[in-house]
Design a protein. Structure first.
Length: 266
């Protein structure tokens, strides 16, 4: 599949939106959060809403014809050719706990295809921006995944193993045991480490569109591959599973371990 190039002006605009979001997140990070529990059982703070409102306002001012899908507010013009996908505070639990594992995620779909993704940890000011036709940059420097053809040599992250993926412990444990070492952090940040060539593989389930869209573009445009657990490329309608590999050669060993079919007892 040939990637559709991201319109040239929009990576710079994405950087601007991240500047807006990052300023709010840095300002609010040291203040006591006001936490509510949403109907799905996940936390939300006033900061989630502040960030999304500010980013939405910037998009609607600069590009009134563009659509917006955000985590906290109703969709705006979701049938538009250009559709911005916002996760204003990825890792709200970590933000509330004071752990610097939270971040801002932003993606752009053009004519139904994910063409841009931005991920930033605002306290560290670590920002990844990947756009079709432009590559992936980390704080302005182009980055690339590293080769790793054997799962036994891979540094693996199985996000949600101890938290939000209890139904898949057997699959994720098999993957952890097959790799060389495991990264123990349920954070978007690890996907950035795949793009930087520091981690080889991430696998998880339970990712919504606003969770995976930006990370898909960041890893792909650094030379990696991102699929669901059946090996299908991610789209706006993908299921909630995700595999991000720096080296596509890992997938033939990884995907059978994640097969959703019944697993035989040892």
């Amino acid at each position: 599949m040939t990637d559709t190039a991201c319109p040239a002006a929009l990576p710079g605009f994405a950087d601007h939106l991240a500047d807006v979001a990052g300023g709010i997140l840095r300002e609010q990070a040291g203040l006591p959060p006001q936490v509510e529990i949403k109907p799905d059982g996940t936390p939300v703070t006033q900061v989630d809403r502040m960030v999304e409102q500010a980013v939405r306002a910037e998009i609607m001012r600069a590009y009134p014809g563009h659509g917006i899908l955000g985590e906290e507010f109703p969709a705006h013009q979701p049938e538009a050719e250009h559709l911005w996908i916002i996760d204003p505070l990825d890792g709200t639990k970590e933000f509330v706990q004071g752990l610097p594992l939270f971040g801002f995620l932003l993606a752009l779909a053009w004519r139904g295809e994910i063409v841009l993704g931005l991920a930033e940890q605002p306290l560290l000011r670590h920002r990844w921006l990947g756009a079709n036709g432009h590559g992936t940059v980390f704080n302005g420097r182009k980055v690339a995944v590293r080769p790793c053809k054997a799962l036994a040599d891979a540094v693996v992250s199985t996000q949600g193993y101890d938290t939000f993926c209890p139904a898949h412990h057997d699959r994720l444990l098999a993957l952890r045991q097959a790799g060389r070492s495991t990264v123990a952090a349920d954070s978007f940040y690890v996907f950035g480490l795949v793009a930087n060539g520091r981690v080889d593989l991430v696998a998880s389930d339970g990712f919504a569109l606003h969770d995976y869209a930006a990370l898909d573009a960041v890893v792909r445009n650094a030379g990696g591959v991102v699929t669901d657990w059946q090996g299908r490329r991610l789209t706006l309608e993908s299921d909630r599973s995700i595999v991000a590999a720096g080296d596509a050669a890992l997938l033939p060993a990884v995907l059978p371990l994640l097969d959703r079919g019944p697993r035989k007892s040892a």
